[in-house]
Design a binder for this molecule. Structure first.
Ligand code: ISE
Length: 344
Protein backbone atom coordinates (compact mmCIF):
# COMPACT_ATOMS: atom_id res chain seq x y z
CA UNK A 1 0.00 0.00 0.00
CA UNK A 2 1.26 3.49 -0.70
CA UNK A 3 2.37 5.73 2.15
CA UNK A 4 -0.47 8.20 2.80
CA UNK A 5 0.88 11.69 3.31
CA UNK A 6 -0.61 14.89 4.69
CA UNK A 7 0.95 18.04 3.21
CA UNK A 8 0.64 21.03 5.54
CA UNK A 9 1.07 24.34 3.75
CA UNK A 10 0.76 24.50 -0.02
CA UNK A 11 2.50 27.74 -0.93
CA UNK A 12 5.13 27.48 -3.66
CA UNK A 13 7.19 24.80 -1.89
CA UNK A 14 4.36 22.68 -0.47
CA UNK A 15 2.48 22.68 -3.73
CA UNK A 16 5.58 21.60 -5.64
CA UNK A 17 6.18 18.81 -3.10
CA UNK A 18 2.54 17.65 -3.36
CA UNK A 19 2.89 17.50 -7.15
CA UNK A 20 6.25 15.70 -6.93
CA UNK A 21 4.84 13.15 -4.48
CA UNK A 22 1.83 12.42 -6.63
CA UNK A 23 3.57 12.31 -10.01
CA UNK A 24 7.30 11.57 -9.67
CA UNK A 25 7.62 9.51 -6.49
CA UNK A 26 6.73 5.82 -6.14
CA UNK A 27 4.95 4.29 -3.18
CA UNK A 28 3.31 7.48 -2.00
CA UNK A 29 -0.09 9.11 -2.15
CA UNK A 30 -1.01 12.60 -0.95
CA UNK A 31 -4.15 11.86 1.04
CA UNK A 32 -4.74 15.13 2.90
CA UNK A 33 -3.98 18.79 2.23
CA UNK A 34 -4.12 21.55 4.81
CA UNK A 35 -3.46 25.25 4.25
CA UNK A 36 -4.64 28.24 6.28
CA UNK A 37 -5.93 29.51 2.94
CA UNK A 38 -8.74 26.96 2.44
CA UNK A 39 -9.30 27.88 -1.18
CA UNK A 40 -5.68 27.24 -2.02
CA UNK A 41 -5.86 23.93 -0.15
CA UNK A 42 -8.92 22.89 -2.18
CA UNK A 43 -7.22 23.80 -5.45
CA UNK A 44 -4.09 21.71 -4.75
CA UNK A 45 -6.17 18.86 -3.26
CA UNK A 46 -8.21 18.66 -6.47
CA UNK A 47 -5.03 18.60 -8.50
CA UNK A 48 -3.44 15.69 -6.59
CA UNK A 49 -6.61 13.78 -5.67
CA UNK A 50 -6.46 14.43 -1.92
CA UNK A 51 -9.08 15.58 0.56
CA UNK A 52 -8.92 18.85 2.47
CA UNK A 53 -8.65 19.12 6.23
CA UNK A 54 -9.47 22.49 7.82
CA UNK A 55 -7.25 22.00 10.87
CA UNK A 56 -3.55 21.02 10.78
CA UNK A 57 -3.75 18.86 13.91
CA UNK A 58 -6.77 16.98 12.59
CA UNK A 59 -4.69 16.33 9.45
CA UNK A 60 -1.72 15.03 11.47
CA UNK A 61 -3.98 12.71 13.49
CA UNK A 62 -6.21 11.52 10.64
CA UNK A 63 -6.73 7.79 10.06
CA UNK A 64 -5.75 8.11 6.42
CA UNK A 65 -2.38 9.72 7.22
CA UNK A 66 0.85 7.70 7.77
CA UNK A 67 3.38 10.54 7.44
CA UNK A 68 3.44 14.34 7.26
CA UNK A 69 5.23 16.88 5.09
CA UNK A 70 5.39 20.35 6.64
CA UNK A 71 5.84 23.29 4.28
CA UNK A 72 3.89 25.81 6.34
CA UNK A 73 5.31 29.12 7.64
CA UNK A 74 8.25 28.65 10.04
CA UNK A 75 6.37 30.11 13.01
CA UNK A 76 4.04 27.07 13.18
CA UNK A 77 6.65 24.35 12.56
CA UNK A 78 7.29 23.74 16.26
CA UNK A 79 3.68 22.86 17.17
CA UNK A 80 3.17 20.83 14.01
CA UNK A 81 6.40 18.81 14.43
CA UNK A 82 5.59 18.19 18.10
CA UNK A 83 2.13 16.90 17.11
CA UNK A 84 3.80 14.44 14.71
CA UNK A 85 6.17 13.33 17.48
CA UNK A 86 3.15 12.93 19.76
CA UNK A 87 1.55 10.59 17.27
CA UNK A 88 4.90 8.98 16.49
CA UNK A 89 4.68 9.26 12.70
CA UNK A 90 7.49 10.30 10.32
CA UNK A 91 7.65 13.96 9.34
CA UNK A 92 9.62 15.83 6.70
CA UNK A 93 9.80 19.47 7.81
CA UNK A 94 11.04 22.30 5.64
CA UNK A 95 13.51 24.63 7.36
CA UNK A 96 13.49 26.06 9.91
CA UNK A 97 12.88 23.29 12.44
CA UNK A 98 11.53 25.99 14.77
CA UNK A 99 12.12 29.73 15.11
CA UNK A 100 14.21 29.63 18.31
CA UNK A 101 17.16 27.75 19.79
CA UNK A 102 15.32 26.53 22.90
CA UNK A 103 12.30 25.26 20.97
CA UNK A 104 14.52 23.50 18.40
CA UNK A 105 16.45 21.85 21.22
CA UNK A 106 13.14 20.76 22.79
CA UNK A 107 12.19 18.98 19.55
CA UNK A 108 15.55 17.15 19.55
CA UNK A 109 15.01 16.09 23.17
CA UNK A 110 11.42 14.99 22.63
CA UNK A 111 12.50 12.85 19.69
CA UNK A 112 15.40 11.35 21.68
CA UNK A 113 12.87 10.16 24.26
CA UNK A 114 11.07 8.25 21.51
CA UNK A 115 14.30 6.37 20.91
CA UNK A 116 13.82 6.56 17.16
CA UNK A 117 14.45 9.21 14.51
CA UNK A 118 11.27 10.34 12.82
CA UNK A 119 12.01 14.02 12.12
CA UNK A 120 13.77 14.88 8.85
CA UNK A 121 14.64 18.40 7.70
CA UNK A 122 14.14 19.51 4.10
CA UNK A 123 17.75 20.36 3.35
CA UNK A 124 17.51 19.16 -0.24
CA UNK A 125 21.08 19.92 -1.25
CA UNK A 126 22.16 16.73 0.56
CA UNK A 127 20.38 14.91 -2.28
CA UNK A 128 21.67 17.02 -5.17
CA UNK A 129 24.00 14.87 -7.30
CA UNK A 130 26.70 17.57 -7.39
CA UNK A 131 26.80 17.95 -3.60
CA UNK A 132 26.73 14.18 -3.14
CA UNK A 133 29.66 13.82 -5.57
CA UNK A 134 31.62 16.54 -3.74
CA UNK A 135 31.02 14.83 -0.41
CA UNK A 136 32.23 11.50 -1.84
CA UNK A 137 35.29 13.20 -3.32
CA UNK A 138 36.19 14.80 0.01
CA UNK A 139 35.65 11.56 1.92
CA UNK A 140 37.77 9.62 -0.61
CA UNK A 141 40.76 11.79 0.31
CA UNK A 142 41.37 12.74 -3.34
CA UNK A 143 41.78 16.48 -2.57
CA UNK A 144 43.39 15.94 0.79
CA UNK A 145 42.11 17.37 4.04
CA UNK A 146 39.56 20.13 3.29
CA UNK A 147 40.76 23.51 4.57
CA UNK A 148 38.40 26.11 3.13
CA UNK A 149 34.89 26.25 1.73
CA UNK A 150 33.70 29.12 -0.47
CA UNK A 151 29.97 29.41 -1.02
CA UNK A 152 28.21 31.78 -3.40
CA UNK A 153 24.45 32.04 -2.97
CA UNK A 154 22.64 34.46 -5.26
CA UNK A 155 18.95 35.01 -5.98
CA UNK A 156 17.34 37.12 -8.69
CA UNK A 157 15.18 39.17 -6.32
CA UNK A 158 13.37 37.99 -3.22
CA UNK A 159 11.20 41.10 -2.77
CA UNK A 160 11.43 44.14 -0.51
CA UNK A 161 10.25 42.25 2.59
CA UNK A 162 13.38 40.06 2.41
CA UNK A 163 15.59 41.83 4.95
CA UNK A 164 19.11 41.10 6.21
CA UNK A 165 17.81 38.81 8.95
CA UNK A 166 15.85 36.73 6.43
CA UNK A 167 18.93 36.53 4.25
CA UNK A 168 20.56 34.65 7.14
CA UNK A 169 17.60 32.55 8.30
CA UNK A 170 16.13 31.63 4.88
CA UNK A 171 19.10 31.69 2.52
CA UNK A 172 22.43 31.33 4.39
CA UNK A 173 20.80 28.51 6.38
CA UNK A 174 21.44 26.25 3.37
CA UNK A 175 25.18 27.01 3.48
CA UNK A 176 25.15 26.24 7.21
CA UNK A 177 23.85 22.78 6.41
CA UNK A 178 26.15 22.35 3.42
CA UNK A 179 29.21 23.27 5.49
CA UNK A 180 28.24 20.82 8.25
CA UNK A 181 27.41 18.13 5.67
CA UNK A 182 30.58 18.49 3.58
CA UNK A 183 33.03 19.02 6.43
CA UNK A 184 31.33 16.69 8.91
CA UNK A 185 31.76 18.96 11.91
CA UNK A 186 30.01 21.74 13.81
CA UNK A 187 30.27 25.49 13.30
CA UNK A 188 31.59 27.26 16.39
CA UNK A 189 31.44 30.96 15.44
CA UNK A 190 29.90 33.34 12.91
CA UNK A 191 30.92 36.76 11.66
CA UNK A 192 29.13 39.00 9.14
CA UNK A 193 30.58 41.73 6.92
CA UNK A 194 28.25 44.25 5.34
CA UNK A 195 29.85 45.87 2.30
CA UNK A 196 28.29 48.64 0.19
CA UNK A 197 24.77 47.56 -0.78
CA UNK A 198 23.23 47.27 -4.22
CA UNK A 199 20.91 50.11 -5.20
CA UNK A 200 18.23 47.40 -5.56
CA UNK A 201 18.22 46.86 -1.77
CA UNK A 202 15.62 48.75 0.32
CA UNK A 203 17.05 51.22 2.86
CA UNK A 204 18.67 49.45 5.81
CA UNK A 205 19.02 46.08 4.07
CA UNK A 206 22.58 44.81 3.67
CA UNK A 207 22.65 43.08 0.32
CA UNK A 208 25.16 41.53 -0.40
CA UNK A 209 26.79 40.29 2.79
CA UNK A 210 29.84 38.14 3.43
CA UNK A 211 29.26 35.65 6.22
CA UNK A 212 32.16 33.71 7.72
CA UNK A 213 31.76 30.48 9.67
CA UNK A 214 34.53 29.06 11.79
CA UNK A 215 34.32 25.33 12.42
CA UNK A 216 35.33 23.37 15.49
CA UNK A 217 38.52 22.21 13.77
CA UNK A 218 39.38 25.83 12.89
CA UNK A 219 38.43 25.73 9.21
CA UNK A 220 36.87 28.78 7.58
CA UNK A 221 33.80 28.95 5.35
CA UNK A 222 33.06 32.10 3.38
CA UNK A 223 29.53 32.74 2.17
CA UNK A 224 28.54 35.44 -0.29
CA UNK A 225 24.82 36.01 0.10
CA UNK A 226 23.33 38.31 -2.54
CA UNK A 227 19.58 38.05 -3.09
CA UNK A 228 18.98 40.89 -5.56
CA UNK A 229 21.35 40.29 -8.46
CA UNK A 230 18.56 40.67 -11.01
CA UNK A 231 20.08 37.70 -12.86
CA UNK A 232 18.88 34.33 -11.57
CA UNK A 233 19.49 31.54 -9.08
CA UNK A 234 23.18 30.83 -8.62
CA UNK A 235 24.51 28.50 -5.99
CA UNK A 236 28.18 27.66 -6.31
CA UNK A 237 30.51 25.95 -3.93
CA UNK A 238 34.25 25.40 -3.88
CA UNK A 239 36.05 23.13 -1.48
CA UNK A 240 39.76 23.77 -1.11
CA UNK A 241 41.78 20.89 0.25
CA UNK A 242 45.44 20.30 1.05
CA UNK A 243 45.98 18.45 -2.25
CA UNK A 244 43.42 19.93 -4.58
CA UNK A 245 40.04 21.57 -4.85
CA UNK A 246 36.64 21.04 -6.38
CA UNK A 247 34.13 23.58 -7.59
CA UNK A 248 30.53 22.85 -8.54
CA UNK A 249 27.28 24.60 -9.44
CA UNK A 250 28.91 26.37 -12.40
CA UNK A 251 27.15 25.15 -15.52
CA UNK A 252 24.27 23.09 -14.30
CA UNK A 253 22.33 23.54 -17.52
CA UNK A 254 25.22 22.99 -19.90
CA UNK A 255 27.13 25.31 -22.17
CA UNK A 256 25.83 26.20 -25.62
CA UNK A 257 27.81 27.43 -28.60
CA UNK A 258 26.02 29.60 -31.14
CA UNK A 259 26.77 32.17 -33.82
CA UNK A 260 26.70 35.72 -32.43
CA UNK A 261 26.76 39.14 -34.07
CA UNK A 262 30.48 39.67 -33.49
CA UNK A 263 31.58 36.03 -33.80
CA UNK A 264 30.70 32.70 -32.22
CA UNK A 265 29.66 32.84 -28.56
CA UNK A 266 29.27 30.29 -25.80
CA UNK A 267 26.57 30.60 -23.20
CA UNK A 268 24.58 28.70 -20.60
CA UNK A 269 21.19 29.08 -18.93
CA UNK A 270 21.02 30.31 -15.36
CA UNK A 271 17.97 28.85 -13.57
CA UNK A 272 15.33 31.31 -12.36
CA UNK A 273 14.87 29.92 -8.88
CA UNK A 274 15.48 27.05 -6.50
CA UNK A 275 12.69 24.88 -7.93
CA UNK A 276 14.41 24.76 -11.33
CA UNK A 277 17.90 24.37 -9.88
CA UNK A 278 17.03 21.69 -7.34
CA UNK A 279 14.09 19.86 -8.99
CA UNK A 280 16.07 16.60 -9.20
CA UNK A 281 17.29 16.96 -5.62
CA UNK A 282 13.69 17.40 -4.40
CA UNK A 283 12.52 14.28 -6.24
CA UNK A 284 15.39 12.18 -4.87
CA UNK A 285 14.85 13.64 -1.39
CA UNK A 286 11.14 12.80 -1.41
CA UNK A 287 11.66 9.31 -2.87
CA UNK A 288 14.23 8.43 -0.19
CA UNK A 289 12.04 9.91 2.54
CA UNK A 290 8.99 7.94 1.36
CA UNK A 291 11.04 4.72 1.21
CA UNK A 292 12.24 5.28 4.78
CA UNK A 293 8.91 6.51 6.13
CA UNK A 294 7.20 3.34 4.92
CA UNK A 295 9.17 1.52 7.59
CA UNK A 296 8.55 4.30 10.11
CA UNK A 297 11.87 6.17 9.98
CA UNK A 298 13.78 8.89 8.14
CA UNK A 299 16.24 8.76 5.28
CA UNK A 300 19.76 8.02 6.63
CA UNK A 301 21.33 10.43 4.12
CA UNK A 302 18.94 13.26 5.03
CA UNK A 303 19.22 15.97 7.67
CA UNK A 304 17.87 14.96 11.08
CA UNK A 305 16.46 16.95 14.00
CA UNK A 306 19.95 17.67 15.34
CA UNK A 307 20.95 19.13 11.96
CA UNK A 308 17.81 21.27 12.09
CA UNK A 309 18.67 22.45 15.59
CA UNK A 310 22.29 23.24 14.65
CA UNK A 311 21.04 25.28 11.67
CA UNK A 312 18.71 27.30 13.91
CA UNK A 313 21.52 27.94 16.41
CA UNK A 314 24.07 29.05 13.78
CA UNK A 315 21.52 31.34 12.10
CA UNK A 316 20.63 32.86 15.47
CA UNK A 317 24.33 33.64 15.95
CA UNK A 318 24.43 35.09 12.43
CA UNK A 319 21.54 37.44 13.17
CA UNK A 320 23.27 38.55 16.37
CA UNK A 321 26.49 39.04 14.41
CA UNK A 322 24.67 41.45 12.08
CA UNK A 323 23.33 43.39 15.04
CA UNK A 324 26.56 43.60 17.00
CA UNK A 325 29.16 43.47 14.26
CA UNK A 326 31.06 40.99 16.42
CA UNK A 327 32.20 37.41 16.05
CA UNK A 328 29.47 35.43 17.76
CA UNK A 329 30.08 31.98 19.19
CA UNK A 330 27.69 29.08 18.84
CA UNK A 331 27.17 26.73 21.76
CA UNK A 332 25.13 23.66 20.81
CA UNK A 333 25.54 21.81 24.09
CA UNK A 334 25.76 18.06 24.03
CA UNK A 335 23.72 15.83 21.81
CA UNK A 336 20.99 14.00 23.72
CA UNK A 337 21.42 10.25 23.74
CA UNK A 338 18.36 8.47 22.34
CA UNK A 339 16.54 6.36 24.89
CA UNK A 340 16.93 2.68 24.17
CA UNK A 341 13.57 1.07 23.74
CA UNK A 342 12.95 -2.59 23.30
CA UNK A 343 11.29 -3.12 19.95
CA UNK A 344 7.73 -4.34 20.25
C1 ISE B 1 14.38 30.17 -0.01
O1 ISE B 1 13.59 29.96 1.12
C2 ISE B 1 15.27 29.02 -0.25
O2 ISE B 1 15.29 28.07 0.46
C3 ISE B 1 16.21 29.18 -1.38
O3 ISE B 1 16.99 28.05 -1.56
C4 ISE B 1 17.05 30.39 -1.13
O4 ISE B 1 17.91 30.59 -2.22
C5 ISE B 1 16.20 31.62 -0.96
O5 ISE B 1 17.02 32.72 -0.68
C6 ISE B 1 15.20 31.42 0.17
O6 ISE B 1 14.34 32.51 0.24
Amino acid sequence: DPLRIAVLGVGMMGRFHAETLSSRVHGARVSVIYDFDHERAAEVAAEVGARVEADPFAAINADDVDAVLIASPGSVHEEQVLACLDRGIPVLCEKPLTTGIRTARAVVETEAKLGKKIVQLGFMRRFDPEYVAAKQLIDSGAIGRPLLLHCVHRNKNNGDHFNSEMMIRDSVVHEVDVARFLLGEEIRAVQVHRPAATAAAPAGVSDPMIVIFETEAGRLVTVEIFVRTGIGYEVRTEVVGENGSTVFGLDHHGITRTAGPGGAIWSGLIPEGFIERFADAYTIELQRWVDAARTGGISPDGADAWDGYAAVAVCEAGVEAIRTGDRVEVDLGSRPVPVDRPTE
